[in-house]
Design a protein around this ligand. Structure first.
Ligand code: NAP
Length: 249
């Protein structure tokens, strides 16, 4: 029997990069997957790849920064599949690069609304469904930028630090309801976001990675699956850093 057979999983930001790799990995392990993203076009490819391998999935469009859309995402998931077992709250943006003094209010609000408010909204409705069911596993996507500072992305860094605080808080609040809440902190991972951030030249970033290479989205996906599986049954309120050694400096 596959690890996630009979389980229903939501992945946000599943149209690209880490979310796409994680949605594919869950489907490979037998989960019924809700592929959710703002980007409908990109998500069609995730859905196509899952169905090509005889996986079961549905696309539900959702802007994670909008409460009515997140509420609808959870309601539609329950309508379609009748349950919700796991969620990977992954959707995020890097925001426009700028120093702390040059960051605009618009850039700050957009970045924090998607990366931090979005995770809170997703948890708000996922947790309600999981409390009713009596079990659940949530993994939130933070970053090594949730652990240390990075020049030129103050809103991103603040939002990712916030995700870790929210993760610990929800873990404490719902531990007795058989719900585990953890976070993953990816380092430099090869995705369209990284291409935008480095403008195609990754060398300077790679030079700072002790393992001497960027990570693959699949390496984050495997960590998320492990955190959602019974193999991590006594772990809650933690963040697992997957960064080739970056924050060990
Ligand atoms: P990505 O390739 O840009 O994928 C992110 C996906 O999220 C895209 O499909 C994007 O749609 C979607 N999205 C953007 N805003 C959204 C919203 N408001 N609601 C729903 N979906 C939305 O990025 P990634 O590198 O896979 O990043 C995934 C997560 O990992 C993010 O939280 C990111 O901060 C985190 N992370 C990434 C790295 C890295 O090196 N790549 C490192 C640490 C942490 P569009 O394409 O239309 O924008």
């Amino acid at each position: 029997m596959k690890t996630f057979e009979n389980k229903v999983v939501i992945v946000t930001g599943a149209g690209s990069g880490i979310g796409k790799a994680t949605a594919l990995a869950f489907a490979r392990e037998g989960a019924r997957v809700v592929v959710s993203d703002l980007n409908e076009e990109a998500s069609k490819e995730t859905v196509r790849l899952i169905q090509q391998n005889r996986g079961d999935c549905v696309f539900i469009k959702c802007d994670v920064s909008k409460e009515n859309e997140v509420k609808n995402l959870i309601e539609m998931t329950l309508q379609k599949f009748g349950q919700l077992d796991c969620a990977f709250n992954n959707a995020g943006i890097e925001g426009a690069p700028s120093s702390t003094t040059e960051c605009t209010e618009e850039n700050w609000d957009k970045t924090v609304n998607i990366n931090l408010k979005g995770v809170w909204l997703c948890m708000k409705y996922e947790l309600k469904a999981m409390i009713t069911a009596g079990h659940g596993m949530i993994v939130n996507c933070s970053s090594i930028a949730g652990l240390i500072g990075f020049e030129t992305i103050p809103a991103y860094v603040a939002s990712k630090h916030g995700v870790l605080g929210l993760t610990q808080t929800a873990a404490l609040e719902y531990a007795k309801q058989n719900i585990r809440v953890n976070a993953v902190c990816p380092g430099v991972i090869h995705t369209p976001m990284l291409d935008r951030f480095t403008q195609g030249s990754e060398e300077a970033m790679v030079a700072q990675v002790p393992m001497g290479r960027v990570g693959r989205p699949e390496e984050i996906a495997e960590t998320v699956l492990w955190l959602c599986s019974d193999h991590s049954s006594y772990i809650t309120g933690q963040n697992i850093t997957v960064d080739g050694g970056w924050v060990a400096h």
